[in-house]
Design a protein around this ligand. Structure first.
Ligand SMILES: Nc1ncnc2c1ncn2[C@@H]1O[C@H](COP(=O)(O)OP(=O)(O)OP(=O)(O)O)[C@@H](O)[C@H]1O
Ligand code: SF4
Ligand SMILES: [Mg+2]
Length: 415
């Protein structure tokens, strides 16, 4: 049982025990031609605590001559259950997170830094969604904004962050505090360096759990912490260590275990493997995959390493100068990138066989204090036209599930 289960168990324990079994709810809408509710009779007949069970069972038997009608009626019911199940599956295809027109500025003495501008995307339940882009493109600002953790001089200017049907930007601070960790959690960039050096690992878990109303006995806490540590491949004894006694990989796993302690629906992991060597990077990614499988969360994986992110995610969003410039399924983006910046990013990836020359992206990312007019990529774009210098391209769906912001990409592909 995870901490969420423990919390539920604790609340169940407060509910007085029910002395007798409640009869199953009858389905009164399945009827035979005599107007007797066969379903009611059959269901209640199975409930021996019902005082008139015997009489009802008898009445049900009388109606068995109309069994054909009943079967037809039940067949309708089965169809309707199938329809409902399909609808439920449709629900599963409904996004768990919808971000609309998210805009975040940092209000500095030199003017507003337009870190995130009009970002719109959605993430489905259990989906792996990647956000890639160069340093300073606004990835971490998106991550922090999703949890409403932007601090002054930063401010969310506008937009919507709809998690499971509820707009987080409309929450008061108390509701948002409860939602964080329990519904949406963040492994922040550099999180492993922000573990409190004078607190043992166990204390970090206690703080997180108690802060979210998980009140348990000491032994129960230890059991849950051991389970969470096991989930990320760490021994229970790690709970009693201080951060400085852990390797980088172990610290990052502790951060992941903390983030999943209440089994959130969405987990945001911002550069979870930066500053780790390649082998440990692989281990941390494997840990993330394993915990995702176990808790069934959607994961937003953020990084600047297109190669690393693409190995894991179902869809990729490419960010440039605070805006999304291309969004689509990973395989399609890798095999046929449509936006010139995405093409440049992919061309800069080293090939496995070591052949081919490494190509960087010419020029520098623009200042977000004073971004270029028109398309922010135009000073570096090898195929820019006059229109690009004046008119900003909008992110449009140019093919099913492919969104691109470029004047040269019309419906279906590059012009
Ligand atoms: N507290 C702040 N005050 C002023 N500007 C900020 C602040 N935090 C971030 N910025 C600016 O916002 C922009 C986006 O920063 P952000 O950290 O979101 O980028 P990033 O894509 O995560 O970069 P990296 O890959 O280096 O982590 C940058 O131009 C950055 O300088
Ligand atoms: S809009 Fe113009 S400048 Fe921007 S990426 Fe497309 S072609 Fe290049
Ligand atoms: Mg960042």
């Amino acid at each position: 049982m995870g901490a969420r289960g423990a919390r539920h168990a604790a609340s169940r324990a407060e509910t007085p025990a029910t002395p007798t079994r409640r009869p199953r709810k009858a389905r009164r809408d399945v009827r035979c031609v005599n107007g007797l509710s066969i379903a009611v009779l059959l269901l209640e007949a199975s409930d021996r605590s019902s005082p008139d069970t015997r009489g009802r069972r008898k009445r049900a038997c009388h109606c068995l001559q109309h069994i054909g009608t009943l079967i037809a009626s039940l067949a309708d019911k089965v169809t309707s259950v199938k329809v409902k199940r399909a609808a439920r599956n449709g629900d599963a295809m409904r996004p768990i997170l919808e971000v609309k027109d998210l805009t975040v500025y940092y209000h500095t003495p030199a003017g507003p830094v337009r870190a995130v501008e009009g970002v719109t995307f959605s993430v489905h339940p259990q989906e792996w969604f990647g956000i890639v882009g160069e340093s300073g493109s606004g990835k971490s600002t998106v991550a922090l904004a999703l949890l409403r953790l932007i601090k002054p001089p930063g401010r969310i200017e506008r937009g919507q962050i709809v998690l499971d049907g509820r707009d987080l930007l409309a929450f008061d601070e108390e509701d948002m505090r409860n939602y964080r960790l329990a519904q949406i959690a963040l492994v922040a960039q550099g999180a492993m360096n922000s573990l409190n050096p004078v607190k043992r690992v166990r204390d970090h878990f206690l703080l997180a759990l108690r802060d979210h109303g998980v009140q348990l006995g000491e032994q129960e806490y230890d059991r849950i912490i051991a389970t969470l540590l096991k989930r990320v491949g760490l021994r229970p004894e790690v709970a009693h260590l201080y951060p400085h006694e852990l390797s980088g990989g172990m610290k990052q796993r502790v951060c992941i275990a903390l983030a999943i302690s209440l089994e959130p629906k969405v987990l945001v992991a911002d550069e979870p493997t930066s500053a780790l060597d390649v082998v440990v990077q692989w281990q941390v990614m494997e840990t993330l995959r394993a915990v995702q499988r176990e808790i069934g969360a959607a994961v937003i994986l953020i990084g600047h390493d297109m190669g690393l992110i693409a190995q894991t995610v179902d869809r990729i969003a490419v960010m440039y100068a605070g805006r999304l410039v291309e969004v689509g399924p990973t395989r399609e983006i890798l095999t046929e990138p449509l936006h010139p910046y995405t093409r440049a990013l992919i061309a800069s990836l080293p090939s496995l066989d070591g052949r081919g020359e490494l190509r960087g992206i010419a020029g520098l990312p623009p200042s977000l204090l004073n971004p270029p007019a028109g398309c922010a990529f135009h000073p570096r774009c090898p195929v820019a036209i006059d229109r690009c210098r004046m008119e900003r391209p909008l992110l449009r769906e140019v093919r099913p599930r492919r969104w691109v912001a470029c004047h040269l990409v019309e419906n279906g592909g590059t012009t």
